[in-house]
Design a protein around this ligand. Sequence first.
Ligand code: NOJ
Ligand code: CA
Length: 687
Amino acid sequence: MQRSPLVALVFFLFQTAGAQNFSITSPTGLIRLEVSNATTLTYSLTYKGKSVIAPSRLGFRLNKPVATLTQFTLLRADTTTFEETWTPVWGEVRTIRNQYKELRLSLKDQSPAGLQLTVVFRVFDDGLGFRYEFPAQATKYLIVAEEQTQFALSGDHKTFWIPGDYDSNEYLYNTTPLSAIDAVAAANKEPDIAVKAVIGPDAVQTPLMMKTADGLYINIHEAALLKYPAMHLMLDKKTFTLTAHLVPDAVGNKAYLENPSRTPWRTIIVSDKATEILSSKLILNLNEPSALKETSWIKPQKFVGMWWEMHVGKATWELSSGKHGANTNNVKRYLDFAAQHGFDGVLIEGWNVGWEDWFGNWKEDVFDFITPYPDYDLKELTAYANQKGVRLIMHHETSGSAFNYERWMDKAFQLMVDYNMNMVKTGYVGKIIPRGEHHDSQWMINHYERVVKKAADYKVMVASHESVRPTGLHRTYPNWMASEAARGSEFNNAPALGITPEHTTILPFTRLMGGPMDFTPGLFHFKLNQFEPTRTTEVRTTLAKQLALYVTLYSPLQMAADLPENYEKHLDALQFISDVAVDWEDTKILEAEPGDYLTVARKAKNKNEWYVGAITDENKRTLNLAFDFLDAGKKYEAIVYRDADEADWKTQPEAYVIEKKPVTKKTKLKLNLAAGGGCAISIREKQ
Ligand code: NOJ
Ligand code: CA
């Protein structure tokens, strides 16, 4: 790592008269940032000379002290350059290049409050990150009423969006011009989302993905969201300007800051190639290096689970129904299946007392996270799992009672250690307790951080559900392996909008920009009336596409979501899931268009194996796949799992073909993806 000496220390000490303009370009000059401290402080951004962000306001409104911070006196300006190459504990690539130019403006606000504020801009070749820092000063405590940050866009861009909502991010994506966004109407179409706090018709969530008429792809999000609420965006349809809207606490304040303090980074990723949006590491680069010194216990992995049985009505979480899923014998069946097919773990939901009463009551202490149901023999199952070389995966559903979870956390994690478990799935279904808090408020952001830190103390990896959408914190806390924080596979079972074929082509450009998703792919049975004949829901993909998702939806933690009996009918296809890697040496985004298609090739870490995943939306598609990512002079065998000629997500979702083919770097294959379909390929070097 190397921080270069100040490239330039720029003047303007205590200068008051006249505008002060700054301009810096990214390392190769692709991107240009301009900042002006005139009447107000503004910034703008261009990519190859095209406007990305027109001059846009920066600043704050405070409740304590009461002040508006938009007019500033410049104290000093510094620019530096930075470059490093770092190695993530796990990820899509072995090493990551982090290179930017930084502009740091130290300011004094001109209101009577006279607060000092520093705005830091980092310009990369793939975009911009900026944040606010309040240095230590006489005024120690601030209450933020609203952040004034704006993003003025250059036109009525095509936009992939979900409604701004303080509590839920589990929406289906809408694709419209900015001018046609109606978040309230979209949210009203979603009866399957239990807890909503929709902000208003013009509010959208980040990561927000846009495509301009002149061919730019723009993604707006945030990085390193810590000790601050999540940011939503309010759209002004007349000017196409987005304004930050922070998630409030129970009394309407946005954030409580104790100086020195700082906000998360606001991020703008831009390229004229959709593939480059997906390979951007800007958000990770803006996060701090790992806070955990010893990380050898953190292991990417694949698992199965006592889970889908409950969602499709075969079993229940609660004991009292008479069809309790998490009973000792049933769990042994899953452990056998996991051991036989090479899975590392088995997630068990409904193992603990409390599920009779967990949903919709807004009760404080439904679960204690340590008391199993009487038909679940934790000791016996641990011995059985150990003997099979598989681990049980813990489930901590908090039913929104985050405070209660904090009370029990030490005991809950100690129980895991005692029973040889090192992975927990957390959940926050329902309204948050403390009452009046929202899933994405500052209190909850602090809670999620407390949980991953506490988990690390016990060497526990975390996958969180119903938590805030990620912002690259897996660099700092690599035991926070994945989050749900979007519409995942469980919605295949939802009667209303469900999961449409295009959803998985949009997720990588939106939710996944901030970090891995516990999507839980791998469904092999598509009519979901197996156990309750009145169900009409169907999974809207082909089987081959379910395999491809293991490559296209990156996560170091991948579930095979379906039931053992459904996999047993397609063991030849299950082989792909058993084989596919979850930690990668390298990743090539071969082709991509949000809402339409995505093809990705990844090389497994420490193995000469590649995996390819290609998916399409509701339209069929011909994929011309060049294997030029392979090493020259080597021979490989590819196993192609593709849609059969008659496959179609509506009529023949289970029709697939598996073919073995010799391939080299020079091979080109033409492959047909069915409507709602996909293709998965495993490639091994021939010895
Ligand atoms: C919602 C989660 O997303 C799902 O995976 C889980 O099974 C239920 N909550 C119960 O905790
Ligand atoms: Ca969920």
